[in-house]
Design a protein around this ligand. Structure first.
Ligand code: G4P
Length: 526
């Protein structure tokens, strides 16, 4: 028997290609959950690449209300924890890391645009960890692709089996709402962008005579025909396939109009997995073990230079976290206790006395934590599943103010520990190479170096476009390779050697030339 406190937790992230409706859906969940009263409370974290100060302004506001990083609320007897992910594609790595701390995800797809570039990338990350995925097809109030065609596209591009659990009634200007296949139930809401109105009609099946007051005979016939086809093609939900990440339930709706959200949320609380056991390098850590364990997946800087504290976000994996109790920091081998751990309920943060698996606790940190650090009650553990991925842009740091060298070093160290970008040290000369997914990350680093550390740096673009972690069973062969390719080698944050290449072609050629060397696309290859 799993402890009821663990069983009731549903920790997940809403992810999407920018603009598909992630923020709107998050907000509507909070509205339905009664955690907020009006729309507009969730800060949009959008940024225009050409405007860094605008971006930093948004970051500052978000920094002050770090509560937006985790939004907890109670719904239907469950404790729901939504982990926020950045909207901008240049911060995709942050999103990938946050996905290590969730038990499932809701992936939002725009019905007009279908599967987009970021949708595919995010799905690939979910597949790496077999994270259960629910798909929400949004913006059904717009003239988009036909629902059946969309399902084909999603199935093919995302390479996952689907099972629709709700179905749209009409689309675009004829869109009336959605029918819940899973609960055999129809809720028709009045389109309302700012609050949740009472449902206009509730029926329990398609033969309810009340339906004809709201749907024209043609619409009702269309819905019945569609549902027969859906049943024939997709059948019933196989829950175990969903929890293994092999099958994605699909919902349709319009987040902005509140259509399909309740169906999604109600079904989500029924089928989404509660926290499960997790793999550490040493062993599997069972979720209901007595001893506490957890790991840091995100570090949030306090952007106010007067308060240099950071907040480390810790996901509880087993046992019970308690305030003012000493825990063992496994990388540093020292004991730490936290007198003000934070809990996040919707838009408020408060000091928490205890937290359970699935919960995220915010810990004030003066520089003890790196992403991926593990806390336990004394056991040496390191949780798996928090890899670094290959960046796409590489630049060498050049110091522009020799009198502030120390500050620059500290700034680069701290910012990369926070996960803003990856740092590689290259020889000779301990050169610092920063790897990032997008240009905006470099702008943010330059901005923060200047404003928080008083250091000035210039980033010189390098020709690299890929990093592969290299290992070999033959120690000598690896040493030889590292020597021969010295100008292409960097060391990552943990001191592991990384081969920096211009493109995949160069990697493939090198792989061919050095068959004894293994090349890894992520930092986690054990
Ligand atoms: P994101 O977090 O995934 O980037 O998307 P976000 O929720 O910010 O939504 C992107 C845009 O799509 C917003 O419009 C939002 O209002 C709109 N949107 C969300 N859901 C729906 C829907 O169901 N139907 C339609 N038609 N639009 C939807 P915007 O103009 O960028 O912002 P705003 O001015 O509306 O805030």
């Amino acid at each position: 028997m799993i402890h009821p406190e663990i069983e009731k937790r549903k920790t997940f992230a809403i992810i999407s290609h920018p603009d598909a409706g992630k923020t709107t859906l998050t907000e509507k969940f909070l509205l339905f959950g009664g955690a907020i009263n009006t729309a507009g409370a969730v800060k949009r974290n959008k940024a225009n690449q050409s405007n860094t100060s605008d971006f930093m302004e948004i970051e500052k506001q978000r920094g002050i209300s770090v509560a937006t990083s985790v939004m907890g609320f109670e719904y239907s007897g469950k404790r729901i924890n939504i982990l926020d992910t950045p909207g901008h594609k240049d911060f995709a790595e942050d999103t990938y890391r946050t996905l290590s701390a969730v038990d499932s995800v809701i992936l939002v797809v725009d019905c007009v645009k279908g599967v987009e570039e970021q949708t595919e990338k995010l799905m690939a990350v979910c597949r790496m960890r077999n994270t259960p995925v629910i798909i929400f097809v949004n913006k059904m109030d717009r003239e988009g692709k036909d629902a059946f065609d969309l399902l084909d596209e999603i199935e093919n591009k995302l390479n996952i089996s689907l099972c629709p659990l709700s179905w749209p009634i009409g689309q675009g200007h004829t869109f009336k709402g959605v029918y819940s296949i899973y609960n055999n139930h129809l809720n028709l809401f009045e389109a309302d962008k700012t609050k949740i109105s009472e449902s206009v009609v509730e029926v329990n099946d398609l033969n309810d005579p009340n339906l004809s007051n709201f749907l024209k005979p043609k619409e009702l016939d269309g819905l019945k025909g569609d549902l027969e086809l859906v049943d024939g093609v997709y059948g019933q939900l196989d829950k175990s396939m969903y929890t293994e990440g092999l099958l994605a339930p699909v919902f349709f709706g319009s987040a902005i109009n509140n259509f399909g959200i309740k169906e999604l949320l109600d079904t989500f609380v029924q089928i989404a997995p509660s926290p499960r056991s997790r793999e550490a390098e040493e062993r599997e850590v069972k979720v209901d073990e007595k001893n506490f364990s957890g790991f840091v997946f995100k570090i949030h800087a306090n952007l106010d230079p007067k308060h240099r504290d950071r907040i480390a976000f810790l996901r509880v994996c087993s046992g019970k976290f308690e305030r003012n109790k000493f825990y063992y920091h496994t990388r540093q081998g020292k004991k730490l206790k936290f007198s003000n751990p934070m809990d996040f309920m919707a838009n408020e943060k408060s000091i928490v006395e205890e937290a359970w698996p699935g919960d995220v606790v915010g810990l004030y940190d003066s520089g003890n934590f790196k992403i991926g650090d593990t806390l336990t009650e004394g056991e040496q553990l390191k949780f798996k599943g928090i890899p670094s991925f290959s960046p796409e842009i590489f630049k060498e740091v050049e110091n522009r103010d020799p009198l502030r060298t120390k500050q620059l070093e500290k700034g680069i160290q701290q910012l990369t520990e926070e996960g803003v970008a990856q740092l590689f040290i290259a020889q000779p000369g301990n050169r610092k190479i920063i790897g990032a997914v997008g240009e905006l990350q470099f702008e943010v680093i330059a901005f923060r170096l200047e404003h928080e550390y008083g250091a000035k740096a210039h980033f010189r673009t390098l020709s690299y476009g890929r990093s592969n972690w290299v290992t070999s069973k033959d120690k000598k062969k690896l040493e030889e390779f590292l020597k021969r390719k010295q100008q292409h080698i960097g060391e990552d944050k943990d001191g592991n050697p990384v081969f920096l290449a211009d493109n995949d072609f160069m990697i493939n050629m090198t792989m061919r030339d050095y068959p004894d060397i293994e090349f890894h696309k992520t930092s986690e290859f054990k």
